[in-house]
Design a protein around this ligand. Structure first.
Ligand code: C5P
Length: 237
């Protein structure tokens, strides 16, 4: 039977946040940031395993209590120099541990997207489980796009028609994803572009604005509000 396996690359240093502690461990709503994505993925029944890829020299993971996820998570200290390398190494580690078959679905999700909800995860699984290629959560672009020159002056306004912003999870079969990442140019910043480079067209599944990536310090405040609002809604309902 085909399994659904989540893979969280969490080996980045988060240098754009300007802090010593890696971004995925920054405190958010009383927990390290990665906790929130882990909770959503681990409590999704259809997902059988959640693999976390840490940096080989990670010192933070063991400082926190992850017992509530112990039934589902597998930790591998095999992160690489880039996100793509961390995902590739994670897939190879899963294979070496006999935890994945070629046709299993891998959902790659950034540790820095704490706003992933159950509803979005379920929508992705529903819409892609029978798909030939796989795909990703994404949102249609809302803002007008400006192309700049070297001095930050507008060269032209780009059309935003049919432009989407890629989010995660990005969901592909293990064999295809590994092959794609191994052949991908070093410049790729997500898994789908590696698959695209092989000539496939991943499907876009509607995400939402709450599933944004925490990149800059001000994003932390926004993420805190999203998580708090979600918590309050659960208490009321
Ligand atoms: O830096 P950025 O926000 O693009 O990172 C996206 C995700 O990729 C984060 O979860 C980060 O920890 C992970 N990453 C990784 N290995 C790297 C760089 C980033 O696992 N070398």
């Amino acid at each position: 039977m085909t399994e659904f396996i989540a893979l969280i690359p969490a080996a980045g240093s988060g240098s754009r946040m300007g802090e010593a502690v890696p971004k995925q461990y920054r405190p958010l709503a009383g927990k390290p940031m990665i906790y929130h994505a882990l909770r959503t993925l681990c409590s999704t029944d259809r997902i059988g395993t959640v693999c976390v890829v840490l940096a080989p020299d990670d010192k933070e993971w063991v400082r926190h209590d992850w017992d509530e996820f112990s039934g589902k998570i597998r930790i591998f200290n095999c992160g690489g120099a880039t996100r793509a390398e961390s995902v590739t190494n994670g897939l190879k580690a899963l294979r070496a541990a006999n935890c994945v078959q070629d046709q299993d679905w891998i959902l790659v999700h950034d540790a820095a997207r704490p706003g992933l909800s159950h509803a979005l995860t379920e929508r992705l699984l529903d819409q892609l489980a029978e798909d030939e290629v796989g795909g990703l959560l994404a949102v249609p672009l809302a803002d007008t796009l400006k192309r700049a020159d070297d001095t930050d002056r507008v060269v032209r306004t780009e059309s935003r028609e049919r432009l989407w912003q890629a989010q995660t999870p990005q969901m592909f079969r293990a064999k295809l994803l590994l092959e794609a990442l191994e052949k991908a140019p070093a410049s790729i910043t997500d898994d789908a572009s590696a698959v695209e480079a092989l000539g496939f067209s991943p499907r876009l599944v509607m995400g939402d604005a709450y599933n944004f990536k925490v990149t800059y310090p001000q994003d932390l405040k926004l993420a805190e509000l999203v998580l708090q609002a979600r918590c309050n809604t659960k208490r009321i309902s």
